[in-house]
Design a protein around this ligand. Structure first.
Ligand code: GDP
Length: 453
């Protein structure tokens, strides 16, 4: 297999930039583009050690650098890996990479380091997939789930199910093939129990999928309300910056301002919309239409009302638009008044929160309401979770086959009929972990990575 090289750090100015080289010739190639201060070769040092010196391209000195060696199989890819850390300039890291390529390395394909790690048995397919999620995680909870999977949480859960089914299938076929041997008999009851347990485990994973996705990917959240109720102020409170324009003039936020914030460990993709109200202003009316569209498509709506004023027709229209949605009614400007009527709101929202976007009072209550409305409060981020459609599809297929196995057993069909269903279920689970995934599935997964991972 060829030796690959790529820049593994982000392509931006930074303290350090790392060029990673992996494969049979990694050490030879690294030695030809790196000169250590004391003259020692990378080939002469042991794994997990480093040399300080210079990255070179022929006679040209490119930068001062550190070469870090990982000897096979104790490396990320399972092959010999050398990481050359130089200063994190875009130009200099590209020069070091070019030197490695001139010395015989080939450019790594997207995700090729992780693909090699998978092919060399350093991680299963779910672990490899989670690398992508760790890289893109923006919230603490998302990172926790992805790390749990990288550490084998999902793999172990799936393996537990497939091992149990495989054991039962082995007993069934041994019993049929060697009727006179003393082989442990698998009663219908025990087999039925194992099938039921496996189904329950898969159902739990499938049912938690949507909540897991919310945690992994964040939630499209629309802040809506008539002009001047404090939407922009709320947006700024949540994002901690002066992103939206706050003024006393109604209709200032004419289009949609977007930002991504973390609330209660959940990433919210916020859009602060134009105020929802009847208007003759042509430009504002486009903004209002967009706001309504956002509201309809949002996974979470934060509908803001002004505690210091009686409800208007626009407020009531908004309440109607929010009915039946994942919407939180926010009564803002509580610093201005002591008493406010909320009867009408209670009818239309699953949760009400009282805040002062200006002083920040009530922000914790809003955080609790968001977590509760999204159903993420009881989600155990330390337990196994599915993180993409591929994994979900495999689990659904396995569950469908197990249902058929259960029915076949209940109908008293031959054990062959049951075994066929179990076999198919196990197959889907092995595809999930990558033990039986086809080359095209594997290629498709890694093609979604970026170069250097
Ligand atoms: P938007 O049109 O809904 O985006 O409203 P803005 O965020 O621009 O706020 C309109 C006005 O209300 C501004 O003068 C804000 O300073 C004020 N405001 C917003 N939230 C509060 C609050 O909680 N308390 C008080 N007293 N004023 C607020």
């Amino acid at each position: 297999m060829s030796t690959i090289a790529a820049i593994s750090t982000g392509l931006a100015a930074g303290g350090i930039g790392i060029v990673r080289i992996s494969g049979e010739d990694a050490i030879k190639i690294a030695d030809s583009i790196f000169r250590s201060l004391g003259g020692k070769k990378i080939a002469d040092i042991s794994g997990y050690s480093a040399l300080y010196g210079k990255a070179v391209d022929g006679k040209d000195v490119l930068d001062t650098a550190v070469a870090l060696l990982f000897r096979a199989p104790k490396s990320y890819t399972g092959e010999d890996v050398v990481e050359i850390s130089c200063h994190g300039g875009i130009y200099v890291t590209k020069r070091v990479l070019r030197a490695a390529l001139s010395a015989g390395a080939v450019p790594a394909e997207p995700g090729e380091f992780t693909k090699r790690a998978f092919l060399n048995g350093k991680m299963d397919l779910t672990g490899a997939e989670s690398v992508m999620n760790i890289i893109s995680a923006r919230g603490e909870e998302a990172e926790k789930i992805a790390l749990g999977i990288l550490e084998g949480g999902l793999f172990k859960e799936i393996k537990k199910i497939s091992d149990k089914l495989l054991y039962d299938m082995a007993l069934l076929s041994a019993w049929v093939d060697y009727p006179y041997e003393e082989i442990e008999e698998l009663s219908n009851e025990n087999l039925g129990g194992d099938i039921r347990e496996s189904m329950e485990s898969l159902e739990k994973l499938i049912n938690n999928y949507d909540t897991g996705r919310i945690i992994m990917e964040g939630v499209d959240t629309a802040i809506v309300g008539r002009p001047n109720v404090g939407k922009s102020t709320l947006m700024n409170l949540l994002s901690g910056t002066e992103r939206s324009i706050v003024t006393d003039i109604a209709g200032t936020t004419r289009d949609i301002v977007e930002d991504t914030v973390t609330l209660g460990g959940i990433v919210l993709h916020l859009s602060d919309t134009a105020g929802v109200r009847e208007t003759d202003d042509a430009v504002e009316s486009i903004g209002v239409d967009r706001a309504i569209k956002r509201l309809e498509n949002a996974q979470l709506v934060l509908a803001v009302f002004d505690a210091s004023r009686p409800f208007s027709e626009d407020d009531r229209r908004l309440m109607q638009l929010c009915k039946g949605k994942n919407a939180i009614g926010i009564i803002n400007k509580t610093d201005l008044v002591k008493n406010y009527l909320t009867d009408e709101l209670e009818e239309n929202f699953c949760k009400l929160v009282f805040i002062s976007a200006k002083t920040g009072e009530g922000k914790d209550e809003l955080e609790n309401a968001v977590v509760s409305v999204l159903g993420t409060e009881n989600f155990d981020t330390s337990s196994a979770a599915l993180i993409n459609e591929r994994q979900l599809e495999c689990c659904k297929n396995a569950l469908k086959d197990l249902k058929e196995a259960k029915e076949a057993l209940a109908l008293g069909l031959t054990m062959d009929a049951v075994t066929v269903c179990l076999d198919s279920a196990v197959e889907s689970l092995l595809v999930l972990t990558g033990e039986k995934a086809t080359e095209s599935v594997v290629n498709e997964i890694f093609a979604q990575f970026c170069v250097g991972k």
